[in-house]
Design a binder for this molecule. Structure first.
Ligand code: NI
Length: 177
């Protein structure tokens, strides 16, 4: 088990495109996923992308199970996506509040596709193909953006809806990262 440091906005590694994984049998890949899982759990994150711990590979993980950072969110099963490709399933765009472990203490209102299909590979190289909506779709879009060097503040349309969590949501006891 290894909890890794999460890079913060301003680090150039967060805005660099990640490379596809080519060797699914590599022990380094397995260790990367373990470290990402341990790091996400330790910070109560809903998701984490490899570039956030300084690894420029197309690997993301996410999980939402009674997450104190997202008290109203539906459950999302623990998922590892390698080399993911997203396809929107409609033109409907929804605005929703997001935070990011690389932008601690802040939240912003971010437009995302309401429904999409994602295709990827799991940790053992088996294909994944799911169609999802709502918070699940939002989390996937947020995490896959990290693989393209995009942080959620870059997608906020009205910066009046970007601010400090404890000021935006006073008394809601949301964690500040
Ligand atoms: Ni993030």
């Amino acid at each position: 088990m290894a909890i890794r440091d999460v890079l913060k906005m301003g680090d150039p590694r967060l805005v660099a495109p990640a490379r596809p994984v080519e060797d699914f049998a590599s022990p380094d890949l397995g260790q990367l996923i373990v470290d990402m899982h341990d790091t996400m759990r330790s910070l109560n994150g809903a998701g984490l992308a490899a570039p956030q711990i300084g690894v420029g590979l197309q690997v993301v993980i996410f999980e939402v199970v009674a997450n104190p950072r997202y008290p109203d969110a539906e459950n999302v099963p623990f998922t590892v996506l390698i080399n993911p490709v997203l396809t929107p399933l409609s033109d409907v765009i929804e605005e929703g509040w997001e935070g990011c472990l690389s932008v601690p203490g802040m939240r912003g209102l971010v437009p995302r596709h309401a429904a999409l299909r994602y295709q990827a590979f799991d940790a053992s190289g088996q294909p994944i193909d799911r169609s999802v909506s709502g918070f699940h779709a939002r989390v996937v879009q947020h995490e896959v953006d990290h693989l393209h060097g995009i942080l959620y503040p870059m997608r906020i349309r009205d910066l009046r809806y970007f601010g400090f969590t404890d000021t935006l949501f006073p008394g809601q006891a949301l964690q500040d990262d």
